[in-house]
Design a protein around this ligand. Structure first.
Ligand SMILES: [Zn+2]
Length: 195
């Protein structure tokens, strides 16, 4: 079932404006009360649309709806919050140049030590919808690290994860299974500790 949650509730350091859904789409909320959004460089007032459509939303049936003609960029949450869809990217550490793949997000952290860090999308999904990922790894059931939908993820211990990857069938990776070395695998496992 579709669900969307504030990432901040599960990852305390992440800025409270971030949200994630079970399809691994990440959103950031725009300031409450802001009625104007930028689409194609043009400011659009959505106050009227918001008022007319908020009653269609609720926590059990439909939690978000797309703002019409917003190029799939803006959505309204059931509480009226306007969400902007974030772009995720492939892990640069692997050397792969894959833009817009759903593996990592550049996150902005709140608090006095504001900063940004590359966060792993799978860990956000698993942490928000399955359980605590602290000290754990997140495994991709179909072996595709870009498929971070809730249904494709498992929280496992580092030991369990190593055992899962000792068989050739599942590499938890988007790259060619044949080309992967134990060293590359260790880097992958280390990557999943981020976020
Ligand atoms: Zn795995």
């Amino acid at each position: 079932m579709y669900d969307i949650r504030q990432i901040n509730s599960y990852f305390q350091k992440v800025h409270s404006r971030y949200y994630i859904d079970t399809n691994s789409v990440i959103y950031t909320s725009i300031a409450a009360g802001t009625n104007k959004i930028m689409i194609n460089g043009l400011r659009r007032n959505i106050a009227g649309w918001r008022k007319a459509n908020i009653s269609k939303l609720n926590r059990t049936n439909m939690q978000i709806i797309l703002v019409p003609n917003s190029e799939n960029k803006y959505y309204m949450l059931y509480d009226g919050t306007i969400l902007q869809r974030m772009k995720t990217q492939y892990n640069q550490n692997t050397g792969a140049e894959k833009k817009e793949a759903s593996v990592n997000l550049i996150c902005y952290f709140g608090g006095k030590t504001d900063g940004k860090i590359m966060c792993n999308v799978a860990r956000f999904v698993a942490g928000a919808f399955i359980g605590d990922v602290e000290g754990k790894h997140v495994h991709h059931i179909d072996g595709n690290r870009e498929n971070n939908k809730l249904s494709n993820l498992l929280i496992v211990s580092p030991e369990e994860h190593r055992l899962m990857h000792s068989s050739k069938e599942n590499t938890c990776s988007t790259t060619s299974p044949k080309g992967r070395t134990p060293q590359a695998m260790a880097v992958e496992a280390g990557d999943t500790l981020q976020g």
